[in-house]
Design a protein around this ligand. Structure first.
Ligand code: 13P
Length: 280
């Protein structure tokens, strides 16, 4: 069932677990993630970056693919289809018009005032259509799909100002996480995370979930994180399995080649979900 993320994330906030956000890249990954989460009976957020959207053909293709899989595979869990790091109102509008049930507007590269102006415009359009909006304050480090940023820590004040002026449904405060693998240990600001949780009624999101040791993930969930984004970890897991398969097999059938990463990817999804403590 395709739903927006409102109830999923509020329920995670109430019960103290995190909903997984897995980035998708193609039909097969989407199928594997849906099947595994359905077996585990946990809700899932399918994240689509602008780069992945271009790669797969566009928002309409992705919406059709996800709805088709839910129907044909008889997926019973709540599924949210989410635009990851939407860079403008126009991109968010396109995703919403295609049927996405949640969007992230990432105007964090602008000054707070401009971030608020753009985010507010997206919230208005989205809420009229029952779509949820996530926004970002500060800068999540590293690079995703070729978009690079250095770490800039969010402050409680900026988080409150953004929320009070926009009415967003969830917030990703940058608190030391990076997209991609970490150089050294992930250094998360748990104190500010707790402070934001205690002063903000909406659920908090942690980007850059790959490479954060599981005990720190568990601590982040205790400090108010209700959604964790994972992309690189699945890419690394899937590609390792495929490379091993190709070393041993002279396969040419793309179904066999892509499918050789299925078991490893599903096992990783299961492991991550158990760390997140996700429930329905
Ligand atoms: P990772 O690639 O580090 O898992 O981050 C994913 C992410 O935050 C997507 O928005």
């Amino acid at each position: 069932m395709l739903v927006n993320s409102k109830e999923m994330l509020m329920s995670a906030k109430r019960s103290g677990y995190s909903v997984p956000h897995f980035n998708i890249n193609n039909l097969e990954w989407t199928k594997y993630i849906l099947e595994e989460c359905n077996t585990l009976e946990v809700p899932v957020i399918l994240g689509v970056s602008e780069g992945a959207c271009k790669y797969m053909g566009g928002f309409d293709v992705i919406y059709g693919m996800v709805c088709g899989l839910i129907k044909d595979l008889d997926i019973k869990i709540p599924v949210c289809l989410h635009l990851d790091h939407g860079s403008s109102f126009d991109v968010c509008k396109k995703a919403i018009d295609a049927g996405f049930t949640s969007v992230m507007i990432d105007a964090s590269k602008y000054e707070l005032e401009e971030n608020i102006r753009i985010t507010k415009e997206v919230v208005q359009y989205a809420h009229e259509r029952s779509v949820c909006v996530e926004a970002e304050v500060g800068h999540i480090g590293g690079s995703e799909d070729g978009v690079a940023s250095s770490i800039g820590f969010a402050t409680l004040n900026d988080c409150l100002t953004l929320y009070n002026n926009t009415g967003i449904d969830s917030l990703a405060p940058a608190l030391g996480s990076v997209h991609g693998f970490y150089k050294g240990e992930a250094n998360l600001d748990f104190e500010t995370m707790k402070e934001i949780r205690d002063n903000l009624e909406i659920p908090l999101v942690l980007h850059g979930g790959t490479g954060i040791p599981y005990e720190k993930i568990e601590k982040a969930i205790k400090c108010g994180i209700c959604k964790i984004n994972i992309n690189t970890e699945l890419q690394a897991t899937w590609s390792k399995a495929v490379k091993e398969f190709l070393k041993e097999n002279d396969a040419i059938d793309p179904r066999k080649i892509i499918g050789s990463g299925e078991v490893a990817l599903k096992e990783k999804v299961k492991e991550i979900v158990s760390v997140f403590g996700t429930k329905i």
